[in-house]
Design a protein around this ligand. Structure first.
Ligand SMILES: C[S@@+](CC[C@H](N)C(=O)[O-])C[C@H]1O[C@@H](n2cnc3c(N)ncnc32)[C@H](O)[C@@H]1O
Length: 254
């Protein structure tokens, strides 16, 4: 199946446009690590993209071993280039058929990937298969009912597009619970993704996210001009960090 992240241009632009401030990335890793039930956990990141999270987990979760699995060869190539780490292996594979042994992992992370997976129920059954008893699966996304990103201020049509692309909390929980996982918690919070609008503009100029493929070149350009104007005005005022909302759903395997 052809997927949006097979596009080498998008894979090449992803890294620069989706970097996180170190403090935000560290906070994520601490949150993920807090769900590990054993020291030196074995971790799988499903849809590991350019490896931002896989490498950060290997770096900051002591003794961990990480397998980053992605369906896109172009994204895997970017991960091996930008985020190599001796404790990370990047493997080609699909969420619905993971290249891993049964019971291989203590933790599974799916960050910004749940809306890309065509067969979510099958992916949930795969999670049950590859997690050990007591293992945890962490879904990092924004559920449809809480979409409120700054990006919609500049590209308003994206909101309706994302409302069609992103699943709601109940749908995801239903699929994962049907597969045999237990819902532990759902939390939701906003965090800084850029220091100010100028930096945010610099990130997005390369059209680094799949959502932008749903816009025409002209729509994208007009939104970028709106963002650039706002960034220019902000420079005269007091710049504020750009926040993005994420939901985190944690499931356990009994
Ligand atoms: C938005 S990126 C997220 C990358 C990374 N997890 C992050 O948070 O920065 C989504 C990634 O999921 C991958 N992906 C999409 N569908 C997939 C599937 N069914 N199985 C495995 N990977 C998939 C894409 O190739 C892409 O690299």
């Amino acid at each position: 199946m052809s997927r949006v992240y097979d596009d080498e241009r998008l894979a090449g632009a992803y890294e620069r446009g989706n970097e996180l401030p170190e403090g935000s990335l560290r906070a994520w890793v601490e949150l993920i690590a807090s769900h590990a039930r054993r020291p030196s956990p074995s971790i799988v990141e499903i849809g590991s993209g350019t490896g931002i999270f896989s490498a950060a987990m290997a770096r900051w979760i002591e003794g961990s071993g990480v397998v980053g699995v992605d369906a896109s060869e172009a994204m895997l190539a970017e991960a091996r280039r930008h985020h190599p780490h001796p404790a990370v292996r990047y493997l080609s594979g699909e969420a619905e058929a993971l290249p891993a042994a049964t019971g291989a992992f203590d933790l599974a992370l799916m960050s910004r990937v749940i809306h890309h997976i065509p067969d979510r129920a099958r992916a949930a059954r795969e999670l049950v298969r590859v997690l050990r008893a007591g293992g945890r699966a962490i879904i990092r996304t924004t559920f449809r009912e809480r979409l409120d990103a700054v990006v919609y201020d500049y590209w308003p049509r994206l909101r309706a597009i994302d409302e069609r692309r992103f699943p709601g909390e109940e749908e995801v929980v239903a699929d994962f619970v049907s597969a045999g996982l237990t819902l532990e918690e759902v939390t939701s919070f906003a965090q800084p993704v850029a220091a100010n609008l100028m930096e945010y503009h610099a990130r997005l100029v390369g059209r680094p996210q799949s959502k932008f493929t749903h816009l025409t070149d002209e729509e994208f350009r007009r939104g970028l001009v709106r963002l650039e104007t706002a960034a220019g005005n902000e420079a005269l005022d007091t710049p504020r960090p750009v926040l993005e909302r994420y939901d985190v759903a944690v499931f356990s395997r009994s």
